[in-house]
Ligand binder design. Structure first.
Ligand code: SAM
Length: 228
């Protein structure tokens, strides 16, 4: 079982996303355990529950202090061997390969940043890996953390049912998924390609591969370069 521990100042954000659908099932099947921790429970400032302060040297905004983060990770980790991830626009870009690699860990702690980010000493001495979910800046690390948990969890064997198989998904073999259709075969004059109704599995497979390749060439030629 893969255990995720998420450290955040907005723990209530996670329930609606991670306790529904496949994420809910993955927890019920004991494929993953997801624990969400309120960073404010770990601050030494018991009165105001403060976790941020002004940046040394001046500048706008606030910076998340080292103390609550160091103490939170220490308490949550206990004697377990963990990998500590910090969600950050300055991190390595997240990808399907990256998600697959994370499935091999037993314990992942994810720190969600806020404000202007975290004290650099957390980066240097506590964090094992920084992950970016794209070249844009979000308000906080909560959405990136949910995204990472979701992308990793669905790759764990046994999480997806037969009907949600990973086999033809985008990024498998560096290809995007080709077009999909469902009933009716004729929707207001717009017809499903004949080959999909033919029952000829070999021809369907060839058609799907051709379409996936054409779509990837058009939309994400960089993926094909990567596969070479
Ligand atoms: N001042 C920071 C900078 O320029 O890099 C941005 C801080 S951002 C407003 C607050 C937090 O949101 C970050 O500490 C990080 O945890 C999270 N975050 C924002 N964009 C992200 C991204 N693209 N990928 C991962 N985390 C992100």
């Amino acid at each position: 079982m893969l255990r995720f521990d998420i450290i955040t100042i907005f723990p209530d954000m996670f329930g609606p996303i991670l306790n529904e659908s496949i994420m809910k099932r993955a927890q019920e099947k004991k494929k993953v355990a997801i624990h969400v921790h309120d960073l404010r429970d770990y601050t030494d400032d018991k009165k105001h529950r403060k976790v941020d302060d002004r940046p040394f040297g001046g500048g706008p905004g606030m910076v998340m202090m080292a103390q609550p983060l160091f103490d939170a990770v220490k308490a949550i980790k206990g004697k377990r061997k963990v990998k500590v991830i910090y969600t950050s626009p300055a991190g390595k870009p997240f990808s399907q390969i990256h998600a697959k690699r994370l499935t091999s860990f037993k314990n992942l702690i994810i720190i969600c940043g806020h404000y202007e980010g975290i004290d650099e000493r957390v980066r240097e001495h506590l964090v094992d890996e920084e992950i970016s979910v794209g070249d844009y800046v979000l308000t906080g690390g909560e959405i990136p953390a949910m995204l990472i948990v979701d992308a990793v969890t669905r790759l764990i064997p046994g999480v997806l049912g037969q009907e949600e198989s990973l086999v033809h998904e985008s990024f498998e073999d560096n290809l995007l998924e080709g077009p999909q259709y469902t009933r009716p075969a004729n929707f207001r004059g717009k017809k499903v390609p004949d080959v999909l109704l033919s029952g000829n599995h070999k021809a369907i497979k060839v058609w799907r591969n051709t379409k996936a390749l054409a779509k990837t060439k058009k939309v994400r030629p960089d993926l094909l370069e990567k596969g070479r």
